[in-house]
Design a protein around this ligand. Structure first.
Ligand SMILES: [Zn+2]
Length: 381
């Protein structure tokens, strides 16, 4: 490992790889990180879920029988969007405290910081516990890389605690909402557009459904830090041509759950509410994450972050979902914190940036979090 590798420079190196998903093509970026980790002493495995779609699992062992701490992040990014950028999205341009580029916030800044912190820990000689880095491909289109790693079973190994470096402006979140994406279909009967009374209009049925959904609320009680579930009608499509009565309409519903009501119960409640005229079909379904604020490791992370934030953190959660939806259950529901240098408001936007000072601060904080896990101090009694 080069002694002077810093997270800012590594973020810029990662930004130079075009990993826009679709199509993804994370392999070269993964190889770059894989080499750094291997040179730093990590047992490194590159794992493809499809051609060119490469994730990394890298582990360094500790001396004792303590499961490693896992740091995880993704290296794919969303597309650039239709509006022109004022900077080159792959050149890591700097303006004052801002580092611009697609993925600077979501989440190459976070990945760079965790890799630098892990490489530092690899140089420690008296390490009781190890570190595992899980750096995934294909997160932005439904956690595909993470799902593949989970499916492989033994590749992930064990973990006793998980840090997900998604954008939180360095605020430690105790978890995030789950996601349940549904297709809602209405059916009708086609007829000539000039004889509408001879058909059954599926779009009229869909319109009624949309009207009902606008005011629908799940019965789940409010979660202490994940709040209430939400529902958004994301798309609607129906009809074949202007002069036919449409016999089919489809909507896509984006439901964000709060770890109180199971997804199955939510689906049943919604089906009940909408009645038999509507057919519901699952498109994507991952539960949320909610760590216990009183967990000893969670408290330790809060303690580490307090000087950076100026105050002890409160229990908060994120509305977006992450690879933790898959990785945390695979790691036997190890306590999980979402904590990264990116700006939530900048994710997926034109002229995405990350504050350089946040990348520096989180590198130090990750190092301290890893240090406390890997080199536990004797308990004071
Ligand atoms: Zn992300």
């Amino acid at each position: 490992m080069s002694q002077d590798l810093d997270a800012f420079s590594l973020t810029r190196e990662l930004l130079a790889f075009n990993t826009i998903n679709p199509p993804g093509q994370e392999r070269e970026c993964a190889q770059h990180l894989g080499k750094l980790l291997e040179d730093g002493g990590f047992a490194t495995h590159l794992v493809d879920f499809a051609d060119g779609r490469t994730s990394i699992v890298a582990t360094i062992e500790g001396a004792d029988d303590i499961p490693p701490i896992c740091f995880t992040g993704h290296i794919d990014t969303v597309p650039l969007g239709l509006v022109d950028w004022k900077t080159d999205p792959f050149n890591g341009e700097r303006d004052g405290n801002k580092l611009y580029g697609r993925g600077s916030t979501d989440m190459k800044g976070g990945v760079a910081a965790m890799v630098v912190a892990a490489l530092r820990m690899a140089q420690e000689t008296h390490r009781k516990a190890g570190i595992t880095l899980v750096i995934t491909a294909g997160e932005e289109t439904g956690c595909l890389g993470a799902a593949h790693l989970v499916k492989l079973g033994n590749r992930l190994g064990k973990a006793g605690a998980i840090v997900v470096g998604e954008p939180t402006s360095n605020y430690p979140f105790l978890g995030h909402k789950g996601v349940l994406w549904l297709k809602a279909k209405t059916h009708g009967m086609t007829a000539h557009g000039s004889l509408p009374h001879e058909g059954v209009n599926a779009i009229y049925k869909a319109a009624k459904v949309v009207g009902k959904l606008e005011h629908f609320k799940f019965s789940a009680p409010t979660h202490a830090y994940l709040g209430k579930p939400t529902l958004n009608v994301g798309t609607i499509q129906g009809g074949m041509n202007i002069n036919s009565v449409p016999d089919k309409a489809e909507m896509e519903l984006d439901i964000r759950s709060n770890s109180v009501q199971s997804h199955q119960a939510m689906l049943e409640e919604l089906a009940d509410f909408l009645g038999k005229e509507v057919e519901l079909e699952r498109i994507f379904d991952v539960e949320g994450i909610s760590s216990d604020p009183q967990n000893a490791w969670v408290q330790q992370v809060f303690e580490v972050m307090t000087p950076y934030l100026g105050n002890p953190p409160e229990a908060r959660g994120a509305t977006y979902f992450t690879d933790a939806s898959l990785l945390t259950p695979a790691y036997d529901h190890a306590p999980t914190i979402i904590l990264g240098p990116g700006e939530m408001t900048m994710a997926h936007k034109t002229d995405e940036y990350c504050y350089i000072s946040n990348i520096g601060a989180i590198t130090e904080a990750y190092t301290e979090i890893a240090n406390r896990w890997c080199k536990p101090q004797p308990q004071r009694t």
